[in-house]
Design a protein around this ligand. Structure first.
Ligand SMILES: C[S@@+](CC[C@H](N)C(=O)[O-])C[C@H]1O[C@@H](n2cnc3c(N)ncnc32)[C@H](O)[C@@H]1O
Length: 399
């Protein structure tokens, strides 16, 4: 049996004998812990040598000699010379220095656990003398913490405030690791209609899930009502996640929420998300750029028609480019958008596609030349949410 402990090695001398692969694997954690590492070895791997050249460790290029461990707090004995290892571990014993031996775990006074880290949690696993099993358990725990499938909410040091999390286009696997973890730690989740709604089912029963579309907004605008709900819950000391579709800053009104929170004196963490503008075309095999075909892509909101006085888009200029156009929120105005582009120079036969509910089980795609896209969208009953892609890249999707 071993007795697990967390060594606080900052500024403490740690002696590493041998500069091979074992030392290479162990040194980064010792350096990260702030240990004063002395490597004693006639040679070292290029990576270990780089640590010495970079000033992260001290290196004495020579074999082990008696006395090296006298003032160490901890020792790692990894030379390829069994006799030197035995002498060093005897010296460690004599000086009461905890000593790890790579060649003979049975003779060591300390064993190195399989370690991993995730968001401030250190995972250390020891399984007797089965390092592969230790590593497997470590991987499973770290993976669970990363993804949030292993819920480990913080109880101390939990930062008050709101996390604005980009949830990706809909497939629950396309949220970021950080987003998923924050979701697992939330007390309150205010979610949009778009995004990975399946993840909401996984939340524990105590989590309050609020549908942003259903927040009563009385005399307020809907966005103000959402801002107020975020502020109210955060001020009540709850861990609040504002879960948005795609990326919060791509037509997501994320900035308005960040500003409202700042005005209320609340902090806000923004977690980027996988935007539908790139991932939804990608899900049906359409690359937004392709060498020799499109050297740029432009993401445009189609929520107002090109001739609408509120439009901020220079459609004539876009019509003149050769690059890919990705239009979000444009299904209802597809005819007006296509007309404006063709009128200002985009060829009528430019390949185009519309993808509805990309990355979800309900994903659908229709294709048509630009001049016929709106008619095909109507005939095939393509509805929001959908992304429209216009450009020669549409032909590069293996269709
Ligand atoms: C208000 S915008 C939000 C965009 C989001 N912030 C993003 O980065 O993907 C909503 C539009 O995104 C597009 N969209 C989002 N998710 C989609 C999906 N899974 N499939 C197709 N279009 C999607 C549609 O054009 C939809 O009307």
């Amino acid at each position: 049996m071993t007795y697990p402990v967390g060594l606080r090695l900052e500024g403490k001398k740690v002696v590493v004998l041998g500069g091979g692969q074992v030392a290479q694997r162990r040194l980064p954690a010792l350096i990260a812990a702030g240990a004063d590492v002395l490597l004693v070895s006639p040679d070292a791997t290029p990576s270990v040598e780089a640590m010495a050249t970079g000033g992260e460790i001290r290196w004495e290029r020579r074999p082990y000699r008696d006395g090296d461990l006298a003032d160490a707090w901890y020792a790692l004995v990894t030379t390829s010379d069994p006799d030197a290892n035995a002498r060093a571990s005897a010296e460690a014993e004599a000086h009461r220095v905890w000593c790890v031996r790579s060649d003979d775990a049975g003779a060591a006074t300390a064993w190195t656990p399989a370690t991993g880290r995730s968001d401030g949690v250190t995972v250390a696993v020891l399984t007797g003398r089965d390092p592969r099993r230790s590593a497997a358990v470590r991987d499973a725990v770290v993976e669970g913490l990363h993804t949030g499938t292993l819920a480990a909410p913080r109880h101390r040091d939990r930062a008050p405030g709101v996390a604005l999390v980009g949830g990706g286009p809909g497939d629950p696997d396309l949220i970021t690791v950080r987003g998923r973890r924050l979701l697992a730690e939330a007390d309150v989740v205010i979610a949009d209609r778009l995004g990975p709604r399946d993840l909401l089912d996984e939340l524990p029963p105590h989590v309050e899930v609020i549908d942003a579309a259903k927040i009563p907004y009385g005399r307020y605008m809907a966005q103000e009502a959402i801002n107020n709900a975020l502020i109210e819950h955060a001020k009540a000391g709850k861990a609040v996640v504002r879960l948005k579709g795609g990326d919060p800053f791509v037509f997501g009104r994320g900035t308005e929420e960040v500003e409202a929170l700042a005005a209320a004196g609340l902090t806000c963490t923004v977690v980027p998300g996988v935007t539908s503008a790139i991932s939804v075309p990608g899900a049906v095999g359409i690359p937004v750029t392709h060498r020799g075909v499109a050297h740029e892509f432009t993401v445009v909101s189609g929520h107002v028609a090109p001739d609408d006085e509120r439009s901020l888009t220079n459609w004539p200029a876009l019509a003149q480019t050769r690059g890919t156009l990705v239009v979000l929120m444009g299904v209802e105005r597809a005819a007006a958008i296509a007309d404006a582009l063709i009128a200002h120079g985009r060829p009528a036969d430019t390949p185009a596609a519309a993808i509805q509910e990309g990355t979800t089980a309900a994903q659908r795609r229709v294709d048509a030349p630009l001049s016929e896209l709106a008619a095909v969208i109507a005939a095939e009953d393509i509805r929001p949410p959908a992304v429209i892609v216009i450009g020669d890249v549409v032909k590069r999707s293996g269709r």
